[in-house]
Design a binder for this molecule. Structure first.
Ligand SMILES: [Fe+2]
Ligand SMILES: [Fe+2]
Length: 265
């Protein structure tokens, strides 16, 4: 039983060499507890293995947390808490060793390895992988590009902020796509109202500009309607493309007014 449990499987891989090799090392150390030794040495062997396991686990968790931090993984805090719980459970196990019989010790160790390592890797560390893959799919998307600049500071800085915020929101997936789009729609409508009022006060609001706003809202509302037919990845991509299109279209409509804009500012 333990031999099978402690066998590394490709499905445990999270696609990050460094992390994978540390996970493999954890399995190797744990396997030491079940190597064949004389009966008199068994208890000492198991204890020594657990001690090494705790030590290496601490090192691995620190490394994994550093990695998540560097990658700006949004669920770092919750993941850290899970690591702490594992360390607490390992320490509690260590404290109980003196009062446990060897058979009991081995059985419980095999059981604990399942939850400390296998369950944690396949359920929680795997989420880091899923997030990283998504993050890579978004590389280059929803990023500010100097081409979008309207050379009008208040609007440019609003877009510069909106892009990374939206990206973060999509990547963290803290809202359902439906909630996200509904919020986006509301924000956009409000933003256009403010902008139109401002342009109006400067007497530079044109019907073309109003129409451009309406078109963008239409595209977003169509996206919302289409949503139930789209799978998650398609939706994220559509949303990213919507934003790119939104910025370029919007720039186009503002450019038509740029002359008057710069005169009146
Ligand atoms: Fe982890
Ligand atoms: Fe891990």
């Amino acid at each position: 039983m333990p031999e099978r449990i402690l066998q590394w499987k490709e499905e445990y891989s999270i696609g990050e060499e460094e992390i994978d090799s540390q996970h493999k090392r954890l399995f190797e150390i744990a396997a030491g507890a079940f190597s064949i030794v004389s009966p008199s040495e068994r208890a000492a062997k198991v204890k020594e293995t657990i001690r090494r396991l705790v030590e290496y686990t601490r090192f691995h968790f620190d490394e994994e947390e550093r990695f998540m931090k560097e990658e700006l993984y949004p669920h770092l805090d919750t993941h850290k808490e899970l690591h702490e719980e594992i360390i607490i459970s390992m320490n509690a196990f260590m404290r109980r060793i003196p009062e446990m019989k060897i058979q009991e010790l081995e059985k419980e160790l095999a059981f604990s390895i399942q939850s400390w390592f296998i369950d944690h890797i396949t359920q929680k560390d795997k989420q880091i992988q899923a997030w990283l893959q998504k993050k890579r799919r978004f590389e280059g998307l929803l990023e500010w590009n100097e081409e979008y600049a309207l050379k009008y500071e208040p609007l440019d800085s609003a877009y510069k902020a909106i892009l990374p915020e939206t990206k973060e929101m999509i990547l963290a997936r803290e809202e359902t796509p439906k909630q996200l789009l509904a919020r986006l729609e509301q924000n956009l409508i409000q933003h256009y109202r403010d902008e139109e009022a401002y342009l109006q006060s400067k007497k530079i609001l044109t019907p073309e500009h109003l129409l451009a706003h309406k078109k963008i809202i239409d595209i977003l509302q169509n996206l919302i309607k289409k949503m139930r037919f789209n799978d998650q990845n398609m939706l994220e991509r559509d949303l990213a493309l919507f934003f790119q299109g939104y910025l370029t279209r919007h720039k186009h409509s503002l450019l038509m007014n740029q002359e008057s804009l710069s005169i009146s500012l």
